[in-house]
Design a protein around this ligand. Structure first.
Ligand code: ADP
Length: 558
């Protein structure tokens, strides 16, 4: 603004000075030229009535103060010229002032020499003998005059320019300084009335901008907070595949830091299909693809992100995929496990129906059918139990359960079995746990039954219960056949049996320990197995006493 004020003022002063100089020069020059013309007329007019001969001799003797005087005979011949001499000049009859003087008694004209830049005024009078006396006065042209006055004019203009500069500077400063002092961050005091609407608009916009940026900041904080705490990885790419933003989860998945922002996504993921999907997303087509990385499986959702580019989501589906795989295997196993007893039942029933069974052998066949049917029932019960646990074991109703009583109950149910196998079962200690009673019964029954089943005659199964301040410890140990280390890893898998025929013979389903593990997890506990083949097995379970805290719907005490 200062510069502008200054430039405009300087321009104004400059143009004003030039115009003034030109106007004054033109006026003065006009007056000067008129005065020269008048002087010339008066000087020559004085000789109008003089005797031409006397005038000639008079002229020949004296000078005429820079005035050129020419005496021209009536035929145009130059008789005298005080500047050029008399003989050197050609006939002057064609000069307009001479012609006019001869005709009317006086004549005048002016001529301009371009080359010399001089203007000459001529004035001629006819004398008594018919000859003509002509006077001439030469002055500079207006341009020459201006050129002559140029140094002075330039000096004045320079002087005025400096004065103008200082004045303009001072003026600009005095105009701008109060504006510079205006503090827009507070309610401003406006130095000039003309600025009031402008300052008001600025203040309004400032407030609006402050509000908008606070809102933007709030939104950006919200988005950042969401992104940072998301379980899914989120990544934003521009339309060249350069990472614009990524959350911590993406960093964790690929083991990189946020410094990847600004780098190409190719440095992170080298997968042709992924790049093809990115290209499609840039063309507006959303897609989903699986991506395996570091032993995990992710579902990658690639969506068009409008003007930004592409939004990529990484969803960890490792567990889901494993669960699905287990479910598929489970379904196949269930079908197989159900088919075997059913086929056997069918075979025996057909033989009975076909009358191919020897008389007296029928009871054996009926017994086999009953055994297989009860195996089927046991299997279905276990499958149902597992599926119940899968569906919502954690939501089951809980209450304080005296584990000693539960173990004693199971002992009662297994007594005959234990006696048949000649295995002694002992229950030691007491403990109360906040748990689901039916599940606890199932757990103890399975572990104790296994202890009896996989034992030798004369063996023992010992159930120990202990209650510490914050947890309940349960141990079910036997001195039976034991489990080899390689099998110890797998006994909790569904349908896994170390010795299939022994398990079957004893009515096992291969689901008992899977159910036990499920129940333990549903109560927030842990289960460990220690075993030595031929020496015995011990299952150690520990449950946190404050298990209510992770069982949301466990308030019931019925
Ligand atoms: P099952 O119905 O066959 O008993 P489980 O899931 O209860 O199925 O057990 C899985 C397998 O683990 C059994 O088939 C058996 O081989 C082994 N097992 C379980 N408990 C014991 C134990 N106390 N001693 C030795 N082996 C055991």
């Amino acid at each position: 603004m200062k510069k502008r004020i200054f430039t405009q003022m300087a321009l104004l002063v400059g143009v004003g000075l030039c115009l003034l100089a030109v106007a004054l020069g033109a006026v003065f020059y006009g007056q000067f030229a008129a005065q020269v013309r008048l002087d010339l007329q008066q000087s020559i007019g004085l000789f109008r009535d003089d005797d031409p001969e006397a005038l000639l001799s008079d002229l020949a003797q004296g000078t005429r103060n820079g005035l050129r005087v020419t005496l021209v005979a009536p035929d145009g011949a130059v008789r005298f010229d005080n500047v050029m001499g008399d003989n050197s000049l050609e006939n002057h009859l064609d000069r307009s002032e001479i012609k006019a003087a001869l005709a009317t008694g006086e004549g005048e004209s002016s001529r301009f020499s371009q080359t010399l830049g001089l203007k000459t005024y001529y004035y001629a009078v006819r004398l008594a003998d018919g000859s003509v006396l002509r006077g001439a006065r030469t002055i500079n042209s207006i341009w020459r005059m201006f050129a002559g006055a140029l140094p002075v004019t330039a000096a004045i203009m320079l002087f005025l320019g400096i004065v103008g500069y200082l004045a303009a500077n001072r003026l600009a400063q005095s105009v701008v300084a109060p504006i510079n002092r205006v503090d827009l961050s507070q309610e401003p005091t406006v130095p000039y009335d003309e600025l009031v609407p402008f300052v008001k608009a600025i203040t309004r916009h400032r407030r609006q901008i402050a509000q908008d940026s606070a809102e933007l900041q709030r939104r950006s904080d919200t988005i950042n907070a969401i992104m940072a705490n998301m379980n899914e990885g989120v990544m934003l790419l521009d339309n060249r595949g350069v990472i614009l933003s990524l959350n911590k989860r993406v960093g964790d998945i690929f083991g990189v830091a946020m410094v990847m922002v600004g780098h190409s996504v190719r440095e992170l993921i080298r997968d042709m299909v992924f790049f093809q999907r990115i290209t499609s997303a840039l063309e507006g087509v959303a897609s989903e693809m699986p991506l395996a990385h570091s032993g995990k499986l992710y579902s990658v959702m690639i969506s068009p992100g409008g003007k930004i580019g592409v939004v990529v989501f990484f969803l960890d589906i490792t567990e889901r995929a494993q669960a699905e795989k287990l479910r598929r295997e489970f379904s196949a196993n269930v079908s197989h496990e159900l088919k075997t007893p059913l086929t056997s039942i069918m075979g025996h029933a057909e033989m009975l129906a076909g009358g191919v069974v020897k008389a007296g052998d029928e009871p054996t066949f009926y017994r086999k059918i009953i055994n297989e049917a009860s195996r089927l029932i046991a299997l279905i019960e276990d499958i149902l139990m597992l599926s119940q646990l899968d569906e919502g074991g954690r939501q089951a109703r809980h209450e304080p359960v005296a584990l000693g009583a539960v173990a004693a109950e199971c002992l009662g149910a297994l007594e005959t079995r234990a006696a048949e196998s000649q295995v002694a079962v002992l229950v030691e200690g007491q403990a109360t746990l906040w748990a689901n009673p039916a599940m606890m019964h199932e757990l103890f029954y399975n572990l104790m039954e296994n202890g009896i089943k996989y034992n030798q005659s004369g063996g023992t199964v010992k159930v120990c219960l202990a209650e510490a301040e914050d947890q309940v410890e349960v141990t079910v140990a036997d001195n039976g056949i034991g489990i080899a280390p390689a099998d110890q890893q797998r006994i909790f898998e569904r349908f896994y049996r170390v010795d299939k025929s022994r398990s079957k013979k004893s009515g096992g389903t291969g689901l008992g320990l899977a159910i036990v593990k499920h129940i333990v997890l549903a109560h927030g506990g842990r289960i460990q197995v220690t075993s030595k083949a031929g020496q015995g097995t011990a299952f150690s379970l520990s449950f946190p006493k404050a298990s209510t805290s992770f069982l949301p719907d466990s308030g019931g005490k019925s």
